[in-house]
Design a protein around this ligand. Sequence first.
Ligand code: NVA
Length: 234
Amino acid sequence: MYEGIEYRGFGQDIVEELAKHAGVPVWNGLTNEYHPTQMLADMLTVREHFGKLKGLKLVYMGDARYNMGNSLMIVCSKLGLDFVACTNKKYFPNDELVAQCQQWAKEAGSTITLTEDVEAGTKDADIVYTDVWVSMGEPDEVWTERIHDLTPYKVTRHVMENAGEKAIFLHCLPAFHDLKTKIGKEMGERFNLTDMEVTDEVFESPQSKVFDEAENRMHTIKAVIVATLGEPEK
Ligand code: NVA
């Protein structure tokens, strides 16, 4: 009955099983492990801004073991951007994926770095990227620990200044950067905070390209659908 199915959910094994049996294209709209369609929008945004991809330095701050950290490390290593996971070492991506990405990065002429050092990690970055600290599908109880572990890796004005004037800020959204949304207000009251992974100052700054990035989700997902659907029946 359907021409295609987009799965946005939890385990990667679920979308793979769905794809095996569906008989129509199945698009991975996000799993716990990967977020490939977001990568298309992100790389388009980076290329629109810098006019190139190869040789740029992308720094991911936050939970680098989850979908966004994994997928950014993969896409950077395949397209020749230097990737840095700058976070508490509890949140480094898994060794097997790092080894695979190091291989791809070597072929593309780029590097993969894992560091807990904010100053060195974000120095001269072209792209500073972050994501929510607790993802969909994770238990609510982990918030307190995440806030404790990841607050030193919040994207602040200091981080952007350390990266330099040419750096841009990206975020796959939704972001906790102010108290103006219902959920932002609830979280703010619960943890007595006004922001989490990024300050409002950075989120709203000229260096922030999050709305270009969000717009590019629309164009890139249409391209994926066109590229993968069969010819319409005459
Ligand atoms: N890591 C986030 C990405 C949201 C687009 C999540 O899985 O909720």
